[in-house]
Design a protein around this ligand. Structure first.
Ligand SMILES: Cc1cc2nc3c(=O)[nH]c(=O)nc-3n(C[C@H](O)[C@H](O)[C@H](O)COP(=O)(O)OP(=O)(O)OC[C@H]3O[C@@H](n4cnc5c(N)ncnc54)[C@H](O)[C@@H]3O)c2cc1C
Length: 351
């Protein structure tokens, strides 16, 4: 199995006025006052010794696929590039894999499927790093990370100590975790452990577009490799590749509202899609609301809303973080006016 590697000089290098344009998938021009890349936990400990965390906690950057960066960040940015992946334990049914926070998420999924380890195939092609996956409890095609999550190791910037957090301690919810609340901005995830199946894989194929794809391709008994291939094909057909068109995936979360708040909307829009959830609340696809508000495929200057998916805001070239932010706020205001629903950004706004 692959082993952890330390691709680094022994001391982390702090750089000034660092250009982050190629470090965010929206392709926004942005500079950080101070920038450092950590390739190991040893680097984090050294930075702590140098009192790097004393004045301010740096913003922790992974693959930059879920951030909106303003043009000048008068802060420190720490890029997490801790690599390595390996099997740490197994029994007859399960395997526990550990991956460094800076590993590419999709490559981990690909590797797992190749070894016939099941559980994360529905999360194929989500951009970004392993360390960011627990932050918003990434999810797609009927699966969320917490279903396979075992534990993570984090570095506490306040104390300079490493701690292990198990699933129950992470407070996972829909695109949510303790790292967006109590621990926001204070910790750096250094590695993640997942528990995957070795046999009797659980196939999650009921998500509508996935199910349709499998049926259209006559796949009646899908294996995890079929799910992986299907998810990759669907995502490629629906979402813009950030390498071609800058974007950060879904810009807003799907709003969760009280059942009672849905009733008046249903009177006017009987076709509104929604999913019943526990506790008299429903989740409404934000993309549908944005489309109904007239934003799908609409362009304002350098910024637009993707033609095939209204939830994705795109940089047509030359956009700034401010322009993207203003566009998002215009969309938010339209949806509020039309439906009385508050959209909340899923993307992390960094300024
Ligand atoms: C085309 C596209 C499709 C997408 N599809 C999905 C999808 O289907 N489902 C989904 O859930 N998301 C999706 N996303 C969003 C994004 O890919 C995920 O949120 C991903 O986990 C972000 O990883 P990252 O490494 O790029 O994080 P970044 O964007 O660099 O950071 C995101 C947040 O995590 C924090 N963070 C990052 N690394 C660490 C760390 N090691 N320790 C502590 N905090 C950290 C950052 O401070 C920031 O607050 C999509 C994005 C794009 C561009």
């Amino acid at each position: 199995m692959t082993h952890f590697s330390v691709k680094s000089s022994s001391h982390p290098q702090i750089k000034k006025n660092f250009d982050l344009t190629s470090f965010n998938t929206l392709g926004l021009p942005s500079k950080a006052a101070r920038f450092v890349e950590a390739f190991s936990t040893d680097h984090l400990l050294k930075l702590h010794e140098q009192a790097f965390f004393q004045e301010e906690f740096p913003f922790v950057l992974g693959g930059g696929s879920n951030v909106l960066l303003k043009d000048y960040l008068d802060i420190s940015v720490l890029k997490n590039s801790i690599s390595g992946k390996k099997v740490i334990k197994q029994d007859d049914s399960f395997v526990w894999i550990e991956a460094g926070a800076g590993e590419n998420w999709h490559e981990l999924v690909d590797w797992a499927v190749e070894q016939d380890f099941g559980g994360i195939e529905n999360l194929a092609l989500i951009p970004g790093t392993v360390g960011a996956a627990p932050i918003q409890n990434i999810g797609a095609y009927g699966v969320e990370l917490d279903q396979v999550f075992e534990s993570l190791e984090l570095f506490d910037m306040r104390t300079g100590k490493l701690h292990t957090y198990c699933r129950e301690e992470c407070g996972f919810g829909y695109r949510d975790s303790i790292f967006k609340h109590e621990l926001k901005g204070r910790v750096i995830v250094t590695k993640v452990v997942l528990r995957l199946t070795k046999i009797n894989h659980i196939i999650h194929s009921s998500y509508r577009s996935l199910n349709d794809f499998l049926r259209e391709n006559n796949i009646t008994k899908p294996e995890i490799g079929d799910i992986f291939d299907a998810v990759v094909a669907i995502r490629r057909s629906k979402l813009p590749d950030p390498a071609d068109l800058g974007n950060a995936g879904s810009f807003f979360k799907n709003p969760v509202v009280e059942r009672a708040a849905l009733e008046p909307i249903l009177h006017e829009y009987s076709d509104i899609p929604y999913f019943e959830m526990e506790g008299e609340v429903v989740k409404i696809p934000a993309g549908w609301l944005i489309e109904k508000a007239g934003w799908k495929g609409r362009r304002v200057g350098n910024v637009g809303t993707y033609e095939n998916q209204a939830l994705v805001i795109v940089n047509h070239g030359g956009a700034t973080g401010e322009e993207i932010y203003e566009h998002a706020m215009r969309i938010k205001a339209s949806v509020k006016k039309l439906f009385g629903i508050d959209l909340v950004p899923e993307v992390n706004i960094v300024q």
